[in-house]
Design a protein around this ligand. Structure first.
Ligand code: AMP
Ligand code: GLY
Length: 425
């Protein structure tokens, strides 16, 4: 069987790495991939948003299964385009991808179906947005409606800051069209966690739990990023919390979408705040998380290719996901200047040394090959995953891997996973 993975990040390297392990898979293509994916498959120089050429490629190569990593192609309707040509693809349709592509849609949907989330208002008029922000109290969150590559949510510490953000988005238009409509919502206190499932309509298979580290600096300070590290499983989601997430969030979401005539298919990711009143949705993503996918997929022992085929062929009830009881922890190594203005083109050393370590897997993101060298090519460059029988051991393995790697200006957080220790004996 031939598989095409769409994307070029650490999540896509992990997907390609895992799918290539299936005895049923003969060839993995990655479009466009990075210097890591070319070791598990063949890179194809097509942009993830060039849907037309991806369709053509899949037809010409007779690709049996396409798996989409990032949200952009999904929001542009890659799944609809593939299905129209009878090509098998794992992911939600354009309409279902609205759950991530429009925060206004997502919030109104959650309100309609009683899915717990922060109190909110949606606005097209800046003065109304400001009045509502003032009424919510000192801390509020302002979110651009559209896709903004993780840069669209602003946690504001004061009413003045909220008013400034609303002006920036709605009047100055700093995020373009994405910020012309906004969601203003109440600030939620609690621990954040990520919960992902594989979906066919109203049926789903949970993936292992995880926790991301979204802020750039240690101690969860600094600007939001795409994610600086993640580990799996997370003790902040205990059995009872997981039951509530399924019953109060995942099930009503899938039922609601089906009722709206938008049956869901693919990976669904609920970004959660675990509050005193219970789990609440911060955001939905219509794909796997990055970097959460890296530790999660490292723990999956059964055949992901077989599972995705089963889900797509109406056989989700057959899926028996086998997950290692071990812990996995992934540390993101980023370029100097990330997330605003990352430097690129720096030679990376020590990759092979890191890869040779037992219980260490190195996933590439912003990397490319130049002759016999690998150089940096983006903000997030690598995710180094360590596996261990305890979280501490997984952390030690991951950071030992990180210690072998060098490039000019490399930056990583040293405290990935530390939030979990207080929940563990
Ligand atoms: P989002 O893009 O909606 O996931 O928001 C990005 C980040 O902002 C989240 O991961 C949280 O850390 C933070 N955030 C978003 N909404 C809220 C909220 N209502 N209360 C507290 N923090 C939030
Ligand atoms: N790590 C968060 C995300 O993928 O959106």
């Amino acid at each position: 069987m031939k598989v095409l993975v769409v994307g070029k990040g650490g999540r896509e390297h992990a997907l390609a790495w895992k799918l290539a392990q299936s005895p049923l898979v003969k060839q993995v293509f990655v479009a466009p991939g990075n210097a890591g994916t070319e070791k598990v498959g063949k890179n194809v120089p097509i942009s993830p948003t060039d849907v037309e050429n991806l369709v053509r490629f899949a037809e010409e190569e007779k690709v049996d299964l396409t798996v989409v990593g990032p949200e952009d192609p999904l929001a542009r309707g890659i799944v609809d385009a593939f299905r129209k040509r009878g090509l098998r693809i794992f992911g939600p349709t354009k309409r279902a991808a609205m759950l991530e592509a429009s925060k206004v849609f997502a919030k109104n949907f959650m309100a309609k179906y009683g899915i717990p989330t922060a109190r909110y208002g949606t606005f097209e008029d800046p003065e109304e947005a400001k009045a509502f922000a003032k009424s919510l109290g000192p801390k509020v969150v302002v979110k651009a409606d559209g896709l903004a590559a993780g840069k669209g949510a602003f946690v504001c510490q004061s009413p003045e800051e909220a008013l400034r953000v609303i002006d920036d988005l709605m009047v100055k238009g700093v995020l373009g069209e994405a910020g012309r409509r906004v969601v203003v919502e109440e600030y939620l206190e609690g621990e954040e966690a990520s919960y992902m499932v594989m979906v066919d309509g109203t049926k789903f298979v949970p993936l292992p739990t995880s926790q991301d580290h979204k802020r750039l600096l240690e101690g969860d300070r600094g600007p939001n990023t795409g994610g600086m590290g993640a580990y799996s499983p997370t003790p902040v989601i205990d059995e009872e919390t997981e039951r509530r997430i399924k019953e109060e969030i995942i099930e009503p979401t899938l039922r609601g979408l089906a009722e709206e005539g938008i049956p869901y298919s693919g990976f669904l990711y609920a970004g959660l705040m675990l509050t005193k009143e219970g789990p609440k949705v911060l955001e939905f993503n219509v794909r796997l998380g990055d970097p959460e996918a890296q530790p999660i997929l490292t723990r999956v022992e059964s055949d992901l290719f077989e599972h995705l085929m089963d889900v797509l062929e109406g056989g989700i009830d057959r899926v028996r996901l086998k997950v290692s009881p071990r812990w996995a922890l992934g540390v993101v190594i980023a370029s100097k200047g990330y997330p605003h203005k990352p430097e690129t083109g720096k030679v990376i050393e020590g990759l092979e040394e890191a890869e040779r370590l037992p219980d260490v897997v190195v996933f590439h993101a912003g990397t490319k090959r130049e002759g016999d060298k690998v150089v940096t090519a983006g903000g997030r460059v690598l995710t180094v995953v360590g596996l261990g029988d305890t979280l501490r051991e997984a952390k030690e393995r991951a950071y030992e891997g990180v210690s072998k790697i060098r490039f000019e200006g490399m930056y990583y957080r040293r405290d990935i996973g530390d939030k979990a220790f207080k929940y563990l004996k």
